[in-house]
Design a protein around this ligand. Structure first.
Ligand code: ATP
Ligand code: MG
Length: 257
């Protein structure tokens, strides 16, 4: 059984909640509930990720994907009112956004947030302004030779694909344990999507754990090891990415593809 409705009605699930702290799972999200003011948006989301895995977090427009990533990164909005988030045995649910970032949660938002007026290299150096540091700039350039070529160009003048690379590179320059990507392929040509997907595989090969949110569900599923599908703020599928690709009924029901 791959659908997870059974989890939500399983009373033993509650008793096992402290398992999250002790299990071998790298990231454990348990019963996360988050609100924008009075609006109840993330409605009891639970899932786990092993270290080095790529998880595709999918669902229709408004399903709660961005809100889930923001809650994981402990942004002020949406407000996390209930649930636990454990990253490598640390209680992220007790942290503020800056502490979650220091603990290694790096969110690359949909708008990529490249700093205007700064070159590519200055954008990367800024990411390293305060410890703890992650990858060196030289290591990042090995992964993204294009960024090295454009190191002295202003970041915001890069192409969309290069800006996405810079946004990912910047996250790697911080002390990184898990990379959260919100729609990294948005607006990019298929050939650039492939290039970024290859880079994300190389990043996985170096042991980094990733959650990718994408409207381009097929591309995300081809890349990912596992998939979690959200619908109206709840998990409706948690299983292998390949299975979603092969299950036409599931895809049309929750992903409209
Ligand atoms: N700042 C906000 N204040 C109030 N409601 C919000 C806010 N941001 C998002 N929402 C609502 O929360 C729900 C989930 O939004 P969210 O952006 O998380 O969805 P999503 O799955 O990322 O969608 P998309 O695929 O369109 O990016 C939507 O109903 C949205 O209208
Ligand atoms: Mg979104």
């Amino acid at each position: 059984m791959t659908h997870v409705e059974h989890l939500e009605t399983d009373s033993k699930f509650d008793k096992n909640r402290n398992m999250a702290a002790t299990s071998t799972k790298f990231l454990s999200v348990w019963n996360m509930e988050a609100y924008y003011g009075e609006s109840y948006i993330v409605q009891g989301v639970s899932f786990d990720i092993h270290e080095g895995e790529i998880l595709a977090l999918l669902g229709r427009n408004g399903a709660g994907k961005t809100s889930t990533l923001r809650a994981l990164a402990r942004m002020d909005d949406p407000q996390l009112n209930h649930g636990e988030i454990w990253l490598d045995h640390k209680p992220v649910h007790e942290m503020k956004a800056w502490q979650a970032s220091q603990a290694g949660i790096q969110l690359v938002p949909e708008d990529r947030s490249i700093i205007p007026g700064l070159t590519v290299e200055e954008n990367l150096k800024l990411a390293q302004i305060a410890p703890p540091h992650g990858w060196s700039i030289e290591r990042v350039y090995e992964l993204f030779p294009r960024l090295k070529e454009r190191r002295n160009q202003e970041g915001v003048t890069l192409s969309g694909g290069e800006q996405q690379m810079l946004a990912i590179a910047r996250a790697l320059c911080r002390d990184i344990k898990i990379l959260l990507l919100d729609e990294p392929y948005e607006g990019l040509a298929p050939v650039i999507v492939q290039e970024i997907a290859k880079t994300l595989q190389l990043i996985r090969d170096q042991g980094i754990t990733t959650i990718i949110v994408e409207q381009n569900a097929v591309a995300a599923l081809k890349l990912a090891d596992r998939a979690v599908i959200l619908d109206i703020g709840k998990v409706v599928y948690d299983g292998s990415a390949t299975e979603v690709l092969e299950d036409e009924a599931l895809r049309s029901k929750y992903l409209a593809i």
